[in-house]
Design a protein around this ligand. Structure first.
Ligand SMILES: NC(=O)C1=CN([C@@H]2O[C@H](COP(=O)(O)OP(=O)(O)OC[C@H]3O[C@@H](n4cnc5c(N)ncnc54)[C@H](OP(=O)(O)O)[C@@H]3O)[C@@H](O)[C@H]2O)C=CC1
Ligand SMILES: CC(=O)N[C@@H](CCC(=O)OP(=O)(O)O)C(=O)O
Length: 344
């Protein structure tokens, strides 16, 4: 058993972590924090956890967190970086679901996140927690930077094409849609039902902070800097991300892309390459740690089209974090993550 803390346990990703951790056979939840709800029983705030969790939320306390084997930060960007150095000193390991440790270049991070990084010296040590790419490094990491939700869907979709060097890296397009839980649980006018319901829009078209994160990973795989147009959209649903990716092919017309995708992910427990002609939908992954992919080359354009779906709160956040925890502590990678999707 490992002793685990969740900082930010009242948020959407924090409460999703609780859902997964209370049934994990190797985890003892030692502390779940909220500054605003300190003292309130978890089961009072989240009745779905009645009978599964007898803890109350507590204010974050470095001493208590430092006694844990692992601390998850499910907090706004810029929070974990203020506490991670002290936690590492006390011997705890950390998985940050926010972006504090995702980018290697501190200047790029500071430009996109609009603040000064509190511990830039740790950026080189942090491991980007996309197991499909960095599994071995995650196993021994002290700090895992859990990927963003959009970057998970987009990167898993493009990876096989980059590995196989079969597309033009100067013209990648990611047209991606997210449910409203992607924006977190805090009150925000543009997420009110009457504002976001029955409507659909793109946002941050001129640049979203996930752009440098996606490009950083794709560049590490390709060995050159790709040019990516990334446009996120807000869809009036609660959970789920659908990424439609476009890439012009280069070279051999007769390439079997289906085979390339199936080979790349044949041993991956959480990536499902669907049969030709499939149209992955978000509800087929709702509540699961899966990414489902389909690859098509429409005869009308010849452009490679990838469809990628994930649940933003699971493979896009809490599930991927538990997958990383399993790797870090030597458990079966799929432990606690075998739910079947809730559809419809
Ligand atoms: N929602 C999603 O789909 C995804 C989110 N992420 C990232 O994960 C992180 C959490 O997101 P999400 O769960 O949506 O956020 P929420 O806004 O829903 O929750 C934030 C949580 O953090 C706590 N918190 C806020 N400020 C602090 C602080 N300074 N110190 C300690 N705790 C704090 C809040 O509780 P309290 O204020 O009471 O302490 C709350 O429990 C974010 O960085 C987000 O970008 C990543 C991938 C997907
Ligand atoms: C729908 C919606 O608003 N989505 C969020 C996704 C951000 C997120 O969760 O990512 P980080 O972990 O990098 O902050 C957004 O675009 O800001």
């Amino acid at each position: 058993m490992i002793r685990v803390a969740v900082v930010g346990a009242t948020g959407y990703t924090g409460s999703e972590l609780l859902r997964l951790l209370v049934v994990h056979p190797h985890v003892e939840l030692a502390a779940v924090t909220s500054r605003t709800e300190a003292g309130v029983a978890v089961a009072t705030m989240f009745p779905q956890l009645r009978g599964h969790c007898s803890l109350a939320f507590c204010a974050p306390d470095l001493g208590q967190l430092g006694e844990c084997d692992l601390v998850f930060f499910a907090t706004p960007n810029g929070t974990a970086m203020t506490q991670v150095p002290a936690l590492l000193q006390r011997g705890a390991r950390v998985i940050d679901l926010a972006a504090d440790f995702r980018l290697r270049d501190v200047a790029v991070w500071e430009r996109w996140y609009g603040m000064t990084h509190a511990c830039p010296e740790l950026l080189a040590e942090a491991v980007y927690g996309l197991p499909e790419l960095y599994r071995e490094a995650v196993r021994t990491a002290r700090i895992v930077a859990n990927p963003g939700c959009y970057p998970t869907a987009v990167t898993l979709g493009f990876l096989p094409l980059l590995d196989a060097q079969v597309v033009d890296l100067t013209a990648l397009i990611a047209d991606v849609k997210s449910g409203a839980s992607g924006a977190g649980r805090k009150a925000s006018t543009n997420l009110l039902l009457a504002e976001a319901g029955e409507s659909f829009k793109a946002y941050s078209v001129n640049g979203h902070r996930h752009q440098p994160e996606i490009v950083q990973t794709l560049a590490a795989v390709a060995g050159v800097q790709p040019t990516l147009t990334f446009v996120p959209h807000l869809v009036p649903m609660v959970r789920g991300i659908e990424a439609t990716l476009y890439a012009p092919p280069v070279g051999d017309d007769a390439l079997d892309l289906q085979a390339i995708f199936e080979r790349r992910y044949q041993h991956e427990p959480f990536v499902d390459v669907m049969p030709p002609g499939s149209h992955p939908e978000t509800r087929s992954v709702r509540g699961t740690n899966l990414c489902r992919l389909a690859v098509t080359v429409p005869s009308t354009s010849g452009v490679v089209v990838i469809q990628s779906v994930i649940d933003n709160l699971v493979k896009g956040a809490a599930g991927q974090a538990v997958q990383n925890m399993n790797l870090m502590f030597g458990y079966d990678e799929t432990c606690g993550l075998c739910a079947v999707a809730l559809a419809p």
